[in-house]
Design a protein around this ligand. Structure first.
Ligand SMILES: Nc1ncnc2c1ncn2[C@@H]1O[C@H](COP(=O)(O)OP(=O)(O)O)[C@@H](O)[C@H]1O
Ligand SMILES: [Mg+2]
Length: 247
């Protein structure tokens, strides 16, 4: 690993099942393919899925719980994705006792010099994800789907972040179906942005590639819509101007 000083980007949501892990994998894959050293840390204990999505199930000996509770050293908890060189992960444990914020800070500050990008796949909800992001993240991506419940929960998360003094958040609207948008069955994207209260950084279409790849434990196709949007978001995070196009 080369010496870097990683940007730390958390993915969080009010509601569960909105695509945080899928997008963490898509963003990590896009960044690694652009030549960056990437680490994905999965904090969603009990609901892990990164091991399957990154084709790591056969390789796991230690997970984040083992690392935080001192049963292994850091290098034995970091696994490289077999289909994407330069993309590493620490997977969540099946269950874990609550993590102290100081331990999260120690972990992330120890990892920063070794990577270009560290993605934190947070559990849904306000508590841990707000506190840990406030403590260690440079940016936070609020992930929502364009339905009223998710928008309200996204707004609750943004309010929690604001109360914690964290304003470096951006919005990803995931699973947008052009057909439903046209028929006005899902909410208009401007309404979603206003409803959540965070500036938009990406609109990710509904794409069966997400489920097909996850089920196969295989990479998402670079040319798929979801991966093209992930590559654009990675460039925007790095400060490049990339127009927001609903493809
Ligand atoms: N853009 C998308 N298009 C189609 N399916 C998606 C998309 N994003 C996520 N999914 C699917 O939604 C489900 C939940 O995604 P996941 O990433 O596990 O959510 P979370 O980590 O927020 O709980 C999975 O079945 C995943 O394949
Ligand atoms: Mg998840």
């Amino acid at each position: 690993m080369t010496a870097q000083n990683a940007r730390v980007v958390a993915l969080a949501s009010g509601k569960g099942g909105v695509g945080k892990s899928t997008l963490s994998v898509g963003l990590g894959t896009a960044a690694a393919k652009a030549g960056k050293q990437v680490l994905l840390v999965e904090f969603d204990a009990g609901l892990r899925g990164i091991d399957i999505m990154l084709g790591l199930t056969d390789q796991i000996v230690y997970d984040l719980g083992d690392l935080m509770e001192g049963r292994c050293n850091i290098s034995s908890a970091i696994l490289e994705c077999p289909f994407c060189p330069g993309f590493f992960a620490i997977v969540a444990p099946a269950q874990m006792t609550p993590m102290a914020l100081q331990d999260v800070e120690l972990l992330v500050s120890g990892l920063r010099p070794h990577f270009d990008l560290i993605l934190l796949d947070m559990p849904a909800g306000l508590g841990f994800s707000v506190q840990a992001s406030q403590a260690v993240a440079d940016n936070l991506l609020v992930v929502v789907t364009p339905d009223p419940v998710c928008i309200r929960d996204g707004n609750t998360l943004v309010q929690g972040l604001t109360r914690a003094g964290f304003d470096r958040h951006r919005l990803i609207i995931n699973r947008v179906s052009r057909k439903l948008l046209r028929k006005q069955i899902v909410q208009d994207l401007d309404e979603v942005i206003d409803g959540v209260g965070s500036q938009l950084i990406g609109v990710v279409p509904e794409d069966p590639e997400a489920q097909l790849a996850a089920a196969a434990g295989a990479p998402m196709n670079d040319k798929s819509e979801i991966m093209r949007v992930c590559a654009a978001i990675i460039r925007r995070i790095s400060g490049d101007y990339v127009p927001l196009i609903l493809c």
